[in-house]
Design a protein around this ligand. Structure first.
Ligand SMILES: Nc1ncnc2c1ncn2[C@@H]1O[C@H](COP(=O)(O)OP(=O)(O)O)[C@@H](O)[C@H]1O
Ligand SMILES: [Mg+2]
Length: 251
């Protein structure tokens, strides 16, 4: 359904070119949940941005249902059914939450903004009339942005660390929402996360590190590995020092 073929991304930030992704190959199937995890700076958000067309491919291809979309712009990919909820969403000044969600859903939106807010753990009454300005906390903004992605019927929806800044109750609700969305629609979900609750939703876990795919595995295997690291090493850095947390141990 969505395929990345030997995708590399090199960004030129004015000084020198930085290779952020190297030779990524992935094949994502319809109506599955993929959870992408791995160390900070590993390249997870960059993969999401390459899928959305925010970062251009320097090598390789991206295909959606067999169509080569590598050269398509962000809005063209959005029209084909790809959506991305940013790790750090932008603030939209001067727009009310209700209008933002209605616009996101498009002309044939069937989802009501109230229900969307409830799905992400926000009380609709408190938020519908609010403007998405500086008074919004990072967590509130993230949840409204997630709701705007839920408003659309998408082929591929990518959520980048949806747990950030969210209280436990809302997080529980959000996890249920992802599960329901998966059951209701033909959407392929790609969720970038480090949370066990989210990992447990995964049909496959994609481990990203050093700008590459390090492994594609099951959540049972990943969670087993994490538990082993936790029990072996008090500093939880995976250095296998058998229960000691001494100065050397903190890498
Ligand atoms: N626009 C950019 N310009 C330069 N380097 C970038 C840019 N975006 C990401 N990177 C670098 O690419 C690497 C991967 O970043 P990112 O994809 O955000 O990782 P993750 O989401 O896994 O934490 C990091 O070293 C980061 O500094
Ligand atoms: Mg990231």
């Amino acid at each position: 359904m969505l395929e990345l073929r030997n995708l590399s991304v090199t960004l030129d930030n004015g000084k020198e070119p930085v290779e952020v992704l190297r030779d990524i190959s992935l094949s994502l199937k319809e109506n599955k949940i993929y959870v992408m995890t791995g160390p900070n700076g590993g390249g997870k958000s960059s993969i999401a941005k390459a899928i959305m067309g925010i970062y251009p491919a320097s090598k390789g291809q991206i295909l959606l249902d067999g169509q080569d979309i590598t050269a398509l712009e962000i809005h063209e990919r959005a029209r084909l059914g790809i959506g991305y909820a940013f790790q750090q969403p932008p603030r939209f000044k001067g727009i009310q939450v209700r209008d933002f969600l209605t616009l996101a859903g498009g002309p044939d939106a069937r989802v009501n903004p109230c229900n969307l807010l409830i799905d992400v753990g926000l009380c609709a009454q408190d938020y519908l009339e609010r403007e998405m300005d500086a008074s919004f906390s990072g967590g509130e903004l993230k949840r409204v942005e997630i709701a705007s992605i839920l408003a659309r019927r998408l082929k591929v929806a990518v959520f980048d660390e949806p747990e950030a800044g969210i209280d436990l109750w809302s997080f529980q609700k959000l996890t249920e929402t992802f599960r329901d969305l998966h059951q209701r629609q033909e959407t392929t979900l790609v969720i970038i996360s480090h949370q066990e609750r989210i990992l447990r939703l995964a049909d496959e876990v994609i481990l990203v590190s050093g700008g590459r795919i390090a492994d594609i595995t099951s959540h049972e295997k990943i969670l087993g590995d994490i538990r082993r690291i936790d029990s072996d090493c008090l500093c939880r850095q995976g250095c296998n020092r058998e229960g000691r947390a001494d100065a050397e141990c903190h890498r």
